[in-house]
Design a binder for this molecule. Structure first.
Ligand SMILES: [Fe+2]
Length: 911
């Protein structure tokens, strides 16, 4: 068969116009081979195997022997065939089954799926792209009974011999229902199979009258777009941008921007009103526009869609079935919709504190008795935490979090407290201390005197005989400083019922063994008067009382840390700041744009998880507000960090490390940086991944952009970046630090940052949430009491039963169990997770074989990094990740099994 195709192909080539096109492609490839330094022989082999395996075994099997029926030489028409792969739902409900049968019936009477091939070339006579005849997908109704996940259909076309290469396929779905089109392969052209990776829902014509357009996998810069595809490239982008009007339907594919004006629900009362984020008053990144009507009470607030109704995201951004179903977001929805209400109903009447640490342990061993039964449906969706149904009651059993797995008492020790600042779930706030006492950047006119209460005598005894200045000069002092993030909000937070916080600073000393030791904690409250006790310093304990004080102070630090981690580092700096780049990418860069293809896997599911977060997590009275100390001020803290701290140009790992003073530029080091905390697991593993990403992106960018002029003249690329900044980050668009995009190296830098944030940075901050936070004393998300001074009425209670006081300062049973259920889900990898170094359809995602080859090299490098991380975790000289009961640092280990594993770097932010 293949021989027949070859013969047929060459006979067509001789008299067709794609001889010249092929030549162009080859010379382009030759140029690229040199740039990428890839062995041409390898490419040849890969290319051969690429063609062999195209479309997968099932697709090949579906092609019949008479595919390229010999057409008499005199007739200048020939037949080609499309093999179309449609993905089916694995579980069908009655509605799906009826719909399917209805479409099967309709298909038989001519309401079918119609395809047409479009050439890359223009027909000189009509001045329109050359097109095949329209052809229908065959045997739809016959295949209704097929139970496989993927069903292959075929369609046959007749094309003129001078058709050229197919560059696009249009599709009209005359069925009543949408279907998921995975890919199409056109067989029969002399150039070999032409692949069309689609991964898109094709809506019914009745909902979306226009034809769908799918482009082949061959990337083209806008200026190189073949004449036949130019108009379609623009048409498709116009569609995706929409007109910015009206309410979005769930079946729409429109990407647009809006402000965060849907977090509150003023119609429910003043307690549910929240300020709009985004705009000159409270700057914030933009989110995906949904266009719902305003609320009745506030015309500027958008009305809400409450769970379980879905929020709009463009149709192809919705989670695939496996993710919707048992794992991750399916679980998240089950937790939010079923479990939390059940917890509330079971516990709120008796919203008590933990009586002892054994109460917390029993959540993992015996489980929590839920007085309200849970529906059977929930049981299926919650494999973890385990729910055991017992008649009308249920037993909720949590998994033992990793922090308790190797050493049950590690969390209480100072060495572990310090280790988590560089190897825990929030390793990005530690800075080198350059000035002592530390200084605030807040305005004293607004916030009163801001001098630190820290004095040399607080720390001098912990510096191994060094003076403070010597310790600073020798890079031995580090700080985690949450003072400025919290202080402006403390009056309001501490006025909330059952919420108490300080603005904390923790000073660390770097020991000769390379580990950190906390040596002083400063706890600040807003100044209240001349003799106020608004600031205090707590130092390592010397007796039982000071030991409990120290533990309480560490709990407040960890609670500050949990808030900044969640609201700033995790939500704002990865989830929220990525969204504008994703929206603009879909609106401004065609699916055939090489940079769109590069970014595509790193944008998967982010809009959907962010929409879910707006609906249930960061919304008024949502999970975040109820579980974190700042309550209704949570998102304002997030927004303040966007205004005061966030800079896109510093979001790459090397710049971030330099900004925090924990690394210095050093050209003799492998990554051009020397870490001042040598065994800093997040930074040292992160640099491996950062370099691999940068190399891959550089190879990719240099292939398509040999000169600065090509970057500057790429209208789609420039429109993407301009819109990301000016519309997506509109409130800070005038900042002078935005990187320019005028050269290939600028592009490498921008893209590597984006991919880093979506993959490794998010993974480092996300997948340790339950492993470290699932035991609330280790990282209390919320604190309910301050630390009493001697003489305070509460001091007597504290002294008489310090454990009771300590536990009453931590989250209540309901608050803790709710938080644990949510972070368990947020730390879960779904079974269809795609990890860094992996791609869907690895051999056909792009039509440029050299790029496929370079990607395989990047994947191999990622596998090497995984081995190196494993080696480091077994190196006893690295005491921050190896030692008695010490947890290994695996949050940047690339691969993972499904579930809560505390490792694995997915390509995108999807949970
Ligand atoms: Fe996340």
């Amino acid at each position: 068969m293949s021989l027949a195709k070859e013969i047929m192909g060459y006979s067509v080539i001789e008299r067709s116009s794609f001889v010249s096109t092929s030549k162009v492609i080859l010379s382009h490839n030759r140029q690229a081979k040199q740039k990428l330094g890839v062995n041409p022989a390898l490419i040849h082999q890969r290319r051969v195997s690429l063609r062999k395996g195209s479309g997968g075994p099932a697709a090949v099997a579906a092609i019949s022997e008479d595919l390229v029926k010999a057409v008499p030489e005199s007739v200048v028409k020939f037949k080609v065939r499309a093999v179309v792969t449609v993905r089916q739902k694995s579980k069908e409900d009655l509605k799906d089954t009826i719909a399917k049968h209805w479409d099967a019936l309709a298909d038989r009477i001519g309401r079918n799926v119609v395809l047409q091939l479009v050439s890359t070339e223009i027909d000189p006579k009509t001045r329109a792209p050359k097109k095949s005849n329209e052809a229908v997908l065959k045997d739809w109704s016959k295949k209704t009974q097929v139970k496989a996940e993927r069903v292959h259909y075929t369609a046959e076309f007749t094309v003129d011999s001078n058709f050229g290469i197919p560059g696009a396929i249009t599709m009209t779905n005359k069925h009543r229902n949408e279907f998921f089109l995975e890919s199409m392969t056109i067989e029969g052209f002399a150039c070999g199979p032409v692949h069309f990776p689609c991964n898109s829902w094709v809506q019914s014509k009745k909902d979306h009258p226009g034809k769908r357009i799918f482009f082949s996998n061959k990337p083209y810069l806008p200026s190189e777009t073949p004449a036949g595809l130019k108009a379609m490239r623009e048409e498709e982008l116009r569609y995706l941008r929409g007109d910015g009007k009206g309410e979005r339907k769930l079946s729409d594919r429109i990407y647009d921007f809006d402000i965060y004006n849907d977090l509150g629900n003023p119609d429910k009362g003043i307690d549910f009103a929240r300020p709009t984020l985004g705009g000159s008053k409270i700057p914030y990144p933009r989110r995906c526009r949904t266009g719902r009507a305003p609320t009745y009470t506030d015309i500027n607030a958008e009305s809400r869609v409450e769970k379980p109704l879905p929020m709009y995201v463009p149709r192809d951004e919705q989670f695939e079935e496996s993710k919707q179903d048992t794992f991750s977001t399916g679980r998240l929805k089950a937790v939010l919709h079923n479990l939390i209400p059940s917890l509330k109903a079971s516990l709120s009447a008796n919203n008590h504190d933990f009586n002892g640490f054994s109460d917390i342990d029993s959540l993992y061993k015996e489980g929590l008795l839920l007085k309200v039964g849970l529906q059977d449906e929930l049981l299926k969706k919650l494999p973890l935490p385990k729910v055991v149904q017992e008649s009308s009651q249920g037993l909720l059993k949590y998994d033992t979090p990793k922090i308790l797995s190797k050493d049950r008492f590690a969390w209480i020790r100072d060495d572990e407290f310090a280790r988590q600042a560089i190897a825990g779930v929030n390793p990005v706030n530690i800075e080198r201390l350059t000035v002592f006492p530390p200084k605030s950047n807040l305005d004293p006119e607004v916030y009163g005197p801001l001098e630190s209460a820290l004095k040399e005598e607080h720390i001098l005894g912990h510096l191994n005989g060094m003076s403070v200045q010597q310790a600073i000069d020798e890079n031995k002092l580090f700080i985690v400083d949450y003072h400025d993030a919290y202080l402006p909000f403390l009056d309001r937070i501490n006025a909330l019922d059952g919420r108490k916080a300080y603005a904390t600073r923790t000073i660390y000393f770097l020991t000769s063994r390379g580990t950190l030791k906390p040596i002083a904690i400063e706890l600040s409250l807003p100044p209240q008067g001349p003799s106020s006790r608004s600031k205090r310093v707590v130092t390592p304990p010397v007796d039982a009382t000071s030991n409990w004080m120290w533990q309480l102070a560490k709990a407040h630090v960890n609670s500050n840390c949990a808030g900044v981690h969640q609201l700033v580092n995790h939500w704002l700096r990865t989830h929220a700041c990525m969204e504008p780049f994703i929206l603009a990418a879909h609106r401004q860069m065609s699916a055939m744009h090489p940079i769109f293809k590069l970014l595509d896997p790193h944008m998967r599911y982010t809009l959907e998880i962010n929409a879910l977060a707006r609906q249930s997590l960061i919304s008024a009275d949502g999970v975040i507000e109820s579980c974190f100390t700042p309550g209704r001020y949570c998102m304002e803290i997030s927004a303040a960090a966007y205004t005061n701290f966030w800079r896109f140009d510093k979001e790459d790992l090397p710049s971030d490390l330099i900004r925090r003073g924990v690394a210095v530029p050093d050209s003799t080091q492998p990554h051009g940086l020397r870490l001042l905390i040598e065994d800093y697991p997040y930074a040292s593993d992160g640099l491996l991944i950062w370099s691999a990403l940068e190399n891959w992106v550089r190879s990719y960018v240099n292939y398509y952009y040999p000169t600065p002029a090509v970057v500057c003249n790429d209208q789609e690329l420039q429109a993407w970046y301009t819109e990301s900044v000016n519309v997506g980050h509109a409130d800070i668009r005038h900042a002078d630090w935005w990187p320019k995009l005028a050269s290939p190296e600028d592009l490498v830098s921008i893209l590597t940052k984006i991919i880093w944030l979506a993959s490794a940075q998010h993974a480092a901050l996300n997948f340790g949430q339950y492993p470290y936070g699932g035991f609330v004393p280790n990282r209390p998300p919320l604190m309910r009491r301050l630390i009493p001074f001697e003489g305070d009425p509460e001091y007597t209670n504290f002294v008489s039963d310090p454990q009771k006081y300590y536990l009453s300062a931590l989250p209540s049973l309901l608050q803790a169990t709710k938080f644990m259920a949510v972070v368990d889900t947020l730390s879960t990898h779904s079974p269809d997770e795609e990890y860094i170094g992996e791609r869907q359809q690895p051999s056909i995602w792009t039509g440029d074989a050299e790029i496929v080859e370079a990607f395989y090299e990047f994947s191999a490098e990622i596998r090497q990094i995984e081995k190196e991380i494993e080696r480091r975790n077994n190196d006893p000289t690295l005491r921050n990740r190896c030692g008695a009961g010490v947890l290994p640092y695996e949050l940047l280990a690339p691969s993972s099994e499904p579930g809560v594993t505390c490792r694995g770097v997915p390509n995108s932010i999807s949970i």
